[in-house]
Design a protein around this ligand. Sequence first.
Ligand code: SF4
Length: 399
Amino acid sequence: GQCISVCPTGALTEVNNIPLVWDALSQNEKTVVVQVAPAVRVAIGEEFGLEPGDISTGKMVAALRSIGFKHVFDTNFAADLTILEEASEFLHRLKENHNLPILTSCCPAWINFVENNYPQLLNLPSSCKSPQEMFGAIAKNYFGPNVMNVDPKDMYVVSVMPCVAKKYECSRSELGQGEVLDVDVAITTRELAKMIKESGIDLLNLEEECFDSPLGESTGSADIFGATGGVLEAALRTAYEWVTNKELTDVNFTQVRGLEGIKEASIDVDGTIVNVCAVSSLGNARKVMDDVAKGNSKYHIIEIMACPGGCVAGGGQPYHHGDYDVVKKRAKGLYNIDSSKKLRKSHENPSIITLYDTFLGKPYGDSAHKYLHTHYFDKSCVYEKNNSKCSSPKEADAT
Ligand code: SF4
């Protein structure tokens, strides 16, 4: 169907996860929390007659409470957290001139692609878990035990994602602590719209509500994760200030915005030129990665998203039927949220600062590694059917 062109993995096996969510909500012994990815808030309104890019955050939060979630949180919080970890990791690699370019790791379809196609380069993707997974790790291992006095195994984390591949990501067994996976179930934007309708909730006439604290607070950097180039821009805002110790007065890296499939820029960071590239679609990823594999790439940071245009165009969003004006309007909605926020740099998020002070310690430190970082697998030979030595994925060498 139409999903194939926008969602490179998982689309054909999309499972309906709505019954799992209703079931979890009916179990009194579970503390059920929900997180919502940035791209959802500028698209879900389309299922209720709003224009693409209209911002429905407040009404969506009210609807989620009305459905029965005890805590309504924001993946944006974890997007800010991702930036602190990824910017630290990048600066660490830059200093040692080692494992460059760093490749972003937020998109599970892209990660699956690199594990299958470039097993020799698995030292390059950032070891950061995606925001969906970082959120789950913090909800279960910090918020549950430290704030609510709830054991991680009694927490149930639901994600609302613009993406079908996120369903597969949360089932990856290494993304958790022992038996307890970080995220229990992911539903798509379309599935949430269906749940709202099934519940008889009149979304458009709800009073706007705010996310719960502390995992609901975010800066403008987090919102733009939903558009191609956004993760890169957010990382640059933080890395620039950390390297230079100067205030970045213009936070808009407009060179990496827009729907073009490969965008590049050279940023002067106190005399060091940092070459960056934002890529969307796996065809474009292959072009850029073939150069990396040959040693011909000049980039220090490459952001890769599998969906053309990024998550605003994800396979779990309301169908855009190939109309990229719709995608543009959704992205514009996210940049509008960013520019309307007082805080626009991830490292200024007060709840993130508190999280490090009280629980994680330093960015990229030991606790951060335990909860927020992961590793990848060489999956290239899973497809070599006659190779008996090669029937299960091999863990890639740790860097
Ligand atoms: Fe999912 Fe976003 Fe990747 Fe598309 S670009 S597969 S929506 S994470």
